[in-house]
Design a protein around this ligand. Structure first.
Ligand code: ADP
Ligand code: GLC
Length: 486
């Protein structure tokens, strides 16, 4: 099957969150399954720098008139095949400081509607034959940044060739790509596309609705989240539309890229380990405590947190519960960046008790790997979580996840109750009601289990054995593509 994956980020070139991990791993899994896959990315500097042997494929005009170049090359990935990649070259749109979406003051760029409409527009152009040598049968667009691809496809004039079908994946419904209505006029779509059955959302222009209304199939990143977004509580005003389209909506759980996240082969951690040889895990913990200036106590459970620091992630529970965690003899190590008030609050806690709290503000891939390798417990108490990847990395690295039972967290972590420990299915700690009480009880449960060394080792072994490979998820995506084509 010829498949074009469309996303704004892709690991290892550019990453602000889990979307990049998935956008990097899914094409590889599909290539390994023998499929003909290419990706399409905006020409952000980090992406332009990472595309090898780039050649110009075509020039075309954006709907608002800019002349844009499409180039084609390949992305090298360690230990895996190259990913064939198209890139949109439009430096006046993409070559800017800050992250892909915001300027250095964390304000969304004023022309984001153009910057990301162009991504969907280019995808539809490729589908309609812009590259004379290759065109896809399936366009698979990820998140609001790419969500206009299905809309442009739906309104494209007939080409005489078989119609190209589209799949849209929601990684996070909370980010919808909302813009003032007047921006619609620039997009080159017919006026009818701006309706309640199209891109109009309470008088605004919604990119997310482009994917939800016009894609042949919709997926999201866990089965539980697929159900949750059909409820008013988690539907962000789109639950009615999602219920109406529930027949074409599937939840496919994300997986873990074993080339990047495997404690037995990870070059970013000081001591490698696997289930048969766990000494590397305790050595990694000791090395981490030393590196971070934490007290060198083997007996202190080390809680780790790798996260964007935003409301979604439930971090006020961690701040509120920190005294209790420290009183019970635990330590906390965090790497994260995001909202200023959360960064400041965590910094202050580290300054007050540096021997038991370490806080690294910023983004660091190596630090993240060392935290999972050295940690005993991975904290993910998110208010909502479409899938979540850090709890899966925690499972693989034997840093038992402690999670709020929502979304993908509910689908990946089994609470260490007596019965689930007996049946060998327990893999971590989860709490039902989002609040200080539920969180505190889960933390106490982690301490209780930690004191029972044999039980801890058994649960940790369950966690590390949990299958998380991409082959299964890739098969499910192929099923969705086949359904879209039919
Ligand atoms: P989200 O996409 O909502 O941020 P996920 O759990 O799906 O949440 O993915 C987060 C990804 O970003 C993981 O790969 C995690 O390791 C990484 N990450 C988040 N913050 C940091 C950070 N400060 N440094 C390094 N990696 C980070
Ligand atoms: C989003 C979600 C996260 C998910 C990731 C990858 O960023 O917030 O839960 O794991 O996408 O699908």
């Amino acid at each position: 099957m010829r498949i074009l994956q469309v996303s704004a980020e892709l690991f290892p070139l550019l990453k602000t969150g889990g979307l990049a991990d998935i956008a990097g791993a899914l094409p590889l899994a599909l290539l390994n399954a023998g499929q003909d896959v290419r990706v399409l990315l905006p020409g952000f500097p980090a992406i332009a720098a990472g595309i090898r042997d780039a050649v110009q494929v075509a020039e075309f005009s954006a709907p608002w008139g800019d002349r844009v170049r499409l180039v084609y090359g390949r992305i090298e990935t360690p230990g895996a095949p190259d990913i064939p990649a198209y890139m949109i070259e439009a430096p006046w749109l993409y070559d800017r400081p800050g992250n892909p979406y915001e300027d250095v003051w964390r304000q969304p760029y004023g022309d984001n509607h153009r910057r990301f409409a162009l991504l969907g527009y280019a995808a539809a152009q490729i589908a309609n034959g812009l590259d004379g040598l290759w065109h896809p049968e399936i366009v698979h667009a990820h998140d609001w940044h790419a969500a206009l691809a299905p809309a442009y496809l739906a309104f494209a004039p007939p080409t005489g060739r078989p119609r190209v079908h589209s799949v849209f994946t929601i990684h996070n419904l909370a980010y919808q790509g909302l813009f003032a209505a007047w921006n619609f006029a620039e997009l080159g779509l017919p006026p009818g596309a701006f309706s309640i059955d199209g891109l109009e959302y309470h008088g605004q222009l919604s990119f997310m609705k482009g994917g939800l209304c016009f894609a042949d199939r919709i997926t999201t990143v866990s089965p539980t989240y697929a159900r949750e977004i059909q409820t008013p509580e988690q539907g962000w005003g789109l639950d009615g539309l999602l219920r109406a389209r529930s027949g074409v909506l599937t939840g496919i759980l994300n997986a873990v890229d074993d080339q990047v996240w495997n404690p037995a082969t990870d070059a970013l951690i000081p001591h490698r380990f696997d289930l048969r040889k766990m000494v590397g895990k305790s050595r990694s913990k000791a090395a981490l405590q030393q590196e971070l200036g934490l007290a060198p106590q083997t007996a202190a459970p080390l809680f780790v947190l790798v996260s964007r620091l935003t409301e979604q992630k439930g971090l006020h529970l961690v701040l509120g519960g920190l005294d209790g965690l420290l009183e019970q003899g635990g330590q906390l190590a965090l790497v994260g960046s995001g909202d200023g008030w959360l960064e400041d609050a965590f910094r202050q806690r580290a300054a007050a008790t540096p021997e038991s709290v370490s806080v690294q503000i910023g983004y660091s891939e190596p630090a993240a790997h060392r935290l999972f390798a050295g940690g005993d417990v991975t904290l993910v108490p998110s208010l909502f979580e479409p899938c979540g990847l850090t709890q899966m990395y925690g499972l693989k690295y034997g840093a038992l996840p402690l999670v709020h039972r929502v979304g993908g967290l509910a689908d990946t972590v089994v609470d260490a109750t007596l019965e689930d420990m007996d049946s060998g299915t327990a893999t971590g700690f989860s709490f039902e009601h989002f609040g200080a009480d539920g969180y505190a009880r889960a933390v106490r449960r982690a301490f209780s289990l930690y004191r029972r060394a044999a039980d801890w080792r058994a649960v940790r072994a369950n966690a590390m054995r949990r299958p998380a490979d991409w082959a299964g998820a890739a098969t499910q995506y192929l099923g969705v593509y086949a359904a879209a084509l039919a």
